[in-house]
Write a protein that binds this ligand. Sequence first.
Ligand code: SAM
Length: 261
Amino acid sequence: MDKGKKRSKKIEEEIKKTWDKHGKVGYEHFVKMKVMKGYMAALGKMLLPCPGGTVFDGGCGVGHNFKQILEKTKAKKLIGGDYSEEMLKKARKLLEKMDSSFKDRIELVEVDLTKRFPFKDNMFDAVVYSISLNYLPYYQWKDTLEETFRTLKPEGFMYFVGQTREFDFSKGYKKEVFREMKEKLLKGDIPFIIWLFRVKGVVAKINEFSKKGIIIYPTINELKECLKELGFVNIEVIAQHNAKEHKGAGTAIRAQKPRIS
Ligand SMILES: C[S@@+](CC[C@H](N)C(=O)[O-])C[C@H]1O[C@@H](n2cnc3c(N)ncnc32)[C@H](O)[C@@H]1O
């Protein structure tokens, strides 16, 4: 596969700082947007139960998917991993507010998805990537999927929901922002409006990495091909973006590690 531009440590550091800033200025507001609700719904639609199992939420951000992952999978344990300390700080805050029936099952870990995972082989019943995998620069999502395969148990599932090259949300972002602004003004959600202005620079920075060809979303076919090459089976595209409405589902793909025969 074309690995694209030559990797630059400096740029990777810059990307990490951008995620930290996203966390710091208030990523918890981002998850209130309709587009995010669309991603959440697409994820919810494809999660299968693995009662008593262990799930990894890779690039968990502030943890807004934790509750639904635990509810839908009925897992005993959820490991939320992210490399942004600022995102993890907010995730910790969220845990404090959670009911102990959820919080006691969640562990937060600092993990860089582009490096070897600090987990044993065949450890997870499910690995979830909600709008994280597609942001990995220099096509590194391929290495991440390799690690996913290694750490999944046979018959375990990989779930991806996010942007693919077929659906670039940055193109519809401005329109969506105006719609959200109107809606939240009517509701009197002033912190959200303030955040919309504060987050502008962060969003612009991420878009800049895309325009420069550093962050290139995979296409649906690239993802499917890569999963197949790695040995995944039952690769299913569960949802695709509906171009007419920014419901935000982007693409949702589920794939399974085969049973050892
Ligand atoms: C758009 S946010 C998504 C957060 C969350 N999964 C959600 O659905 O809201 C992308 C997340 O991926 C994390 N991320 C990006 N690159 C990463 C990497 N190399 N290792 C670990 N986390 C990463 C960012 O810090 C950020 O929290």
